[in-house]
Write a new protein. Sequence first.
Length: 386
Amino acid sequence: MNKEFIGTIKEPHINFIQVNNGLLLPNIWHLIQAGAWRSASVEHFEFNNIKGVLKRNEWKPVFQEVISIYPGMIWDNTLRKTKDNTFIPKLFEIKWKTVLQAAAAFFNQFEGKKIGVQLSGGLDSSIIIGLLNDLKIPFWLVGMTTNRYEFRTEKHIQELLKPLAQDTILIDYDEHLPLSHLLNVPAHQYPEILSINYNSENAMALACKKLGIEVLLTGDGGDNLFAEELPMNPNDCPWLPQVFNDPWPADLIYAPQGVKLVPFFADEGFMNCIYNLRRGKEEDNAKRWARKYFERILPQELVNYNYCADFWGLYISGLQNAIPTIEGLFKQAFELTKSKAFADTEFERLIKQDLLNAKKEMYQVIEARTAFVVWLNSLKKVEGVI
């Protein structure tokens, strides 16, 4: 196997703070080369995964020497911890024309580039597509599709929206399940939970390259803008648009294919509009307000009906298929680290649980341990590390 050189691995969306002096480091490959991977804490990584990205300021350091820092995070040298500032919207009167102008201003920054949208068949990506179509801006579509019964509505919406695009590639999700092709995950310097979805993201990145897409818009953040309760005081707005980004796939999957991954709903101008429109409104998990407000640009199926995709079937199929691979990675990790977290008995304990009993906490532990051993395996692809 030809090994990569550290200088060729670009992860600009993650930096690190050196704990002892607060120095910002663009990467920690020198520490990894020096053997820091041996003492990396899978327990802390597991803790962080359970806490979730919205509480990443409470994360524990995976490495003793450094703390990871992502776009939008601030290092408080006095408190010796990271902080995430919330978005503070501006107050003004909103009309439909104002929303269109905000969307147009966002799209215009990519003038001259091929714009793509991740076509999920859900409400959030459909709003982006509807805005582009209404503004007569050409766009291309890529997405995952499946014939599974629980995705029958999403598939129907995908078929309705395809004709609006210049061209569309839909990829069979069942051929790119979660936790598949784990041995192909590219080298990365820090464990990442999103690595378990490498196969589907890579398939979409390759589809983007085939279509010539240069900017791929995602619907990440739509749940926050359209579903969360919004206080009257803009200073109390709960949104953290910096976490709408997915830095790991952006750097290691899409960028190598010449694609910039961009969350549309993290745009300040559009967020200002939605806050002013929904200000003071209660939680709306079905997104009824958004369905009604954007009905002029949406398929009626999205306006008149509420539905929610259930990815659990895909996930559990992927997990069951991946058990032999995960077991091998656990064995390798145990040989490298001697950590009890990867011992045969611990693997048996995790996998012999009732995997069909959809308990979030159970899956979070399995995912975190798996992502950690995938990271260790990826380091073997780098010259002079393992």
